[in-house]
Write a new protein. Structure first.
Length: 287
């Protein structure tokens, strides 16, 4: 089923690489607050935030949007992470808490290159049984719609991933999970983690890096004239100086995010045999 945001805006297309996981019950917020890196308790109902789940060593398992629909209902929008695997991993930590972790089979994540009808910024809207989130930034308006499945549009799906990378949202393949700290992935640009809340897996590493100022590498955006694989080294004068985290294909080549030394200007670099051109990360995706 295809549907439109409104009669005059761009159509919604499916995002099959995005998944939905729900947490519902009296302990849903407390559980999420203890497991995830951002402050879930402080998130007001009717709003959403970027968030992350980390290993005890402070490495990022997944970056996602966490929407608080009500006092005891949380929906997680997961790019690039299988919902069932994520939900099953979370269930191992439930113990005696009163909540249900589920993967709804009748809902799908769709996107549109258009402004939301009702949602704005971090304020979401779930009218008419469809959840709407504003994911626009300096690169233009975009909307997530969670509801009935939308039609396939491979070109639009590819453009969506390019927009994510240009705004500094890392899209982690299975090979790139559990490899990077939140600081290395520049998740502070998205306000996706907290250094003030209580304990969560990896919190000690995150806080130590933040307060001691020991982050030496962070995310940079590049384009290349050909196909570049994630995990490839970024080289300068025959030496490795960084690593490609994620790649999106566009007509002229590749857009990629790489973890690089903070002081590196981004000139004279090569990855996978292709010369890289640095681009500033676009702002506006912080929530």
């Amino acid at each position: 089923m295809a549907y439109n945001l409104s009669p005059t805006t761009a159509p919604v297309f499916s995002l099959p690489d995005h998944a939905l996981v729900t947490l519902e019950g009296p302990d849903a917020v407390a559980f999420a607050h203890a497991q995830f890196a951002n402050d879930v308790v402080a998130l007001a109902p009717g709003h959403w935030q970027w968030n992350a789940w980390l290993t005890p060593k402070g490495r990022v398992i997944a970056v996602f949007a966490l929407a608080r629909l009500s006092a005891d209902r949380l929906w997680l929008v997961l790019p690039d992470h299988p919902a069932e695997a994520f939900a099953e991993a979370l269930r191992r930590f439930v113990f005696r808490r009163k909540l249900k972790i589920d993967v709804p089979g009748d809902l799908a994540v769709g996107g549109a290159f258009a402004a939301p009808v009702r949602a704005k910024g971090a304020a979401l809207d779930d009218a008419d049984g469809v959840l709407e989130l504003d994911v626009g930034g300096d690169g233009g308006p975009r909307t997530w719609r969670i509801g009935p499945p939308a039609k396939e549009d491979p070109a639009a799906q590819a453009a969506w991933q390019v927009a994510d990378l240009r705004h500094g949202l890392p899209r982690l393949s299975s090979a790139q999970r559990e490899q990077w700290t939140p600081q290395q992935l520049a998740l502070d640009r998205l306000s996706a983690y907290s250094v003030k809340k209580g304990c969560y897996p990896g919190q000690e590493i995150v806080a130590r890096t933040h307060f001691l100022g020991k982050a030496k590498r962070s995310l940079q955006c590049f384009t290349a004239g050909g196909t570049v694989a994630d995990g490839m080294p970024v080289r300068e004068d025959e030496r490795d100086v960084g690593e490609v985290v994620c790649v999106a294909q566009e007509r002229s080549g590749s857009v990629l995010l790489a973890v690089m030394p903070l002081e590196h200007a981004g000139a004279g670099l090569v990855a996978d045999g292709h010369r890289l051109v640095r681009h500033p990360l676009q702002d506006g995706l912080r929530r």
